[in-house]
Design a protein around this ligand. Structure first.
Ligand SMILES: CC(C)(COP(=O)(O)OP(=O)(O)OC[C@H]1O[C@@H](n2cnc3c(N)ncnc32)[C@H](O)[C@@H]1OP(=O)(O)O)[C@@H](O)C(=O)NCCC(=O)NCCS
Length: 177
């Protein structure tokens, strides 16, 4: 079986410079610029800060194997959710999911959509964490970020939590035991 066209690995501190250059935003789209700014200026501290370790932060990088280009960035961490008076339980927050501008809307030669490869990799990584924290996986998306919402829904974030900010939706997977 041939190797896939892409390669996924966790980020390392040496990747800081590469991540700082990662461009995923259209200049006129504020919610994309917000994501890009966080990736370039906050994500490495979020991932590598020793104080953050208790949240099991995971920063994943998707590369095009042949060219070595950084195609996508995704990050998730442990959080807690609680319903009503129940005990809080371990869940996961998708901190960011982004594809480099050149690769947005694209498919690999295999036919796999780049966004699906990235989202599948993230969901697989979440499912493999020990101790488990995949009972529910949620993400916050600007209500006008239709591409992000469509990709999250395709990967199972089909329910909605109440909004904390009126412009941002909180999408979540159905409860898994
Ligand atoms: C969000 C993101 C990862 C999605 O990846 P993508 O490769 O651009 O998008 P996809 O090719 O997967 O398209 C997603 C869906 O949106 C649809 N879509 C694309 N452009 C659209 C538009 N302008 N209006 C409505 N729907 C649109 C696509 O048709 C697809 O829907 P489908 O399943 O019905 O075919 C990518 O756009 C990105 O990195 N954006 C910048 C960073 C960001 O905003 N991240 C999210 C917040 S952290």
């Amino acid at each position: 079986m041939s190797r896939p066209e892409w390669q996924l690995r966790p980020a390392r501190p040496q990747d800081r410079a590469l991540i700082k250059r990662f461009a995923c935003a259209a200049p006129t789209v504020p919610w994309e610029r917000e994501a890009e700014h966080f990736i370039q200026h906050g994500l490495c501290d979020w991932a590598f800060d020793t104080f953050a370790r208790k949240n099991d932060p995971r920063l994943l990088l998707l590369f095009h194997r042949k060219s070595g280009e950084l195609v996508g960035v995704a990050a998730h961490e442990r959080t807690e959710l609680r319903y009503g008076r129940t005990q809080p339980f371990a869940a996961t927050k998708l901190e960011v999911v982004a594809i480099a501008r050149k690769w947005q809307g694209q498919r690999f030669k295999s036919g796999d959509r780049v966004s699906d490869v990235l989202l599948s990799a993230v969901m697989t990584d979440v499912a493999a964490r020990v101790p488990p924290r995949h009972a529910r996986v949620f993400a916050i998306a600007h209500e006008k970020n239709v591409r992000s919402i469509a990709a999250l829904v395709r990967h199972g974030l089909v329910e909605e939590l109440s909004r904390v900010d009126p412009s941002y939706r909180r999408l979540v997977t159905p409860h898994r035991r």
